[in-house]
Write a protein that binds this ligand. Structure first.
Ligand code: ATR
Length: 270
């Protein structure tokens, strides 16, 4: 019988993960089935228990359960602990192992797909919520010259910067305190969800800046349109979506699927 996986969310009907994982399975010859699983808002842990009992091997976790998944896991990877959130569960010998592949997906998309080396660069992360937090450890692992976290609520950005203080220069500010230009600007705020953008100054962008929005859609987000108008190259979150899925697939199956052709197909279907 095929090994079974699913994505747990609420809502989950829109999720592209089943199509992505079916493509990975075909391409790598892995015998897996990947489904959608709608969990009740108050029933995440029961849903996971049901999947374990039914013999599933793992699950991806999406909105709004990533924080609950971190609480539920018996073991956490360093990336999941740093992110405070889990998007990938493996069910191994009755234990629930939690991983977070979102940040690695972001960095993989930037470095491999966009061909943009983060090492030595000035990096600006917009937002200090769950999405931003998951990106910090993988970004720092690339050894940027500096990482600035800018947020509407300064205290949240400061708390995050303090958590990750280490060899790299991590600092926090409000949007109106942003100073100088950045090589890489990542929008991890949820502003694009409401067709809005953080109030960032134009001077943070220069020719050669890469501006990436974690959201994706058929049209550029307001953030991407603004960045493009300021001379930046832009990228949405579709590549990150595919790369985080590839990371999860590699954790589960021990094989890393190719992503280039799939990303192009998903792009043309938006
Ligand atoms: P997620 O899990 O998507 O990161 P979250 O944890 O609720 O969601 O965090 C949302 C982030 O987007 C926060 O950094 C939030 O700023 P505050 O900390 O000040 O709330 C930011 N955000 C949301 N809407 C925004 C907007 N219109 N402009 C700027 N920042 C916004």
């Amino acid at each position: 019988m095929s090994d079974r996986y699913c994505v747990i969310g609420h809502p989950v009907a829109h999720s592209k993960s089943p199509a992505i994982h079916a493509d990975f399975a075909r391409a790598t010859g892995q015998d897996v089935v990947y489904e959608r699983c709608l969990a009740p808002l108050d029933g995440f842990s029961d849903t996971v228990a049901g999947l374990v009992a039914a013999g599933y091997k793992g699950a991806n976790v999406t909105v709004p359960f990533k924080l609950e998944a971190e609480q539920l896991a018996d073991e956490l990877s360093p990336r999941a602990r740093a992110a405070g959130a889990v998007n990938t569960l493996s069910f191994v010998n009755g234990r629930i192992v939690g991983e977070n592949t979102d940040g690695a997906g972001l960095v993989g998309d930037i470095v491999r797909n966009a061909g943009f080396a983060i090492a030595g660069k000035r990096v600006l992360l917009l937002g200090a919520g769950g999405a931003a937090r998951g990106a910090i450890l993988p970004l720092l692992a690339e050894q940027p010259a500096s990482l600035t976290i800018a947020n509407r609520t300064l205290a949240t950005a400061e708390a995050l910067a303090a958590r990750f203080a280490g060899p790299a220069a991590v600092s926090a500010c409000r949007f109106d305190q942003l100073d100088g230009r950045f090589d890489l600007v990542v929008n991890a705020t949820s502003a694009s969800l409401s067709a809005d953008m953080p109030p960032i100054p134009a001077h943070i962008f220069a020719d050669g800046t890469l501006a990436l929005d974690m959201m994706y859609g058929s049209q550029p987000s307001p953030f991407m349109a603004f960045a493009q108008g300021c001379g930046a190259a832009t990228r949405d979150g579709l590549g990150m979506l595919v790369e985080q899925a590839a990371e999860a697939f590699a954790i589960w199956r021990g094989v890393r699927p190719a992503t280039t052709a799939l990303l192009a197909r998903l792009r043309s279907s938006l």
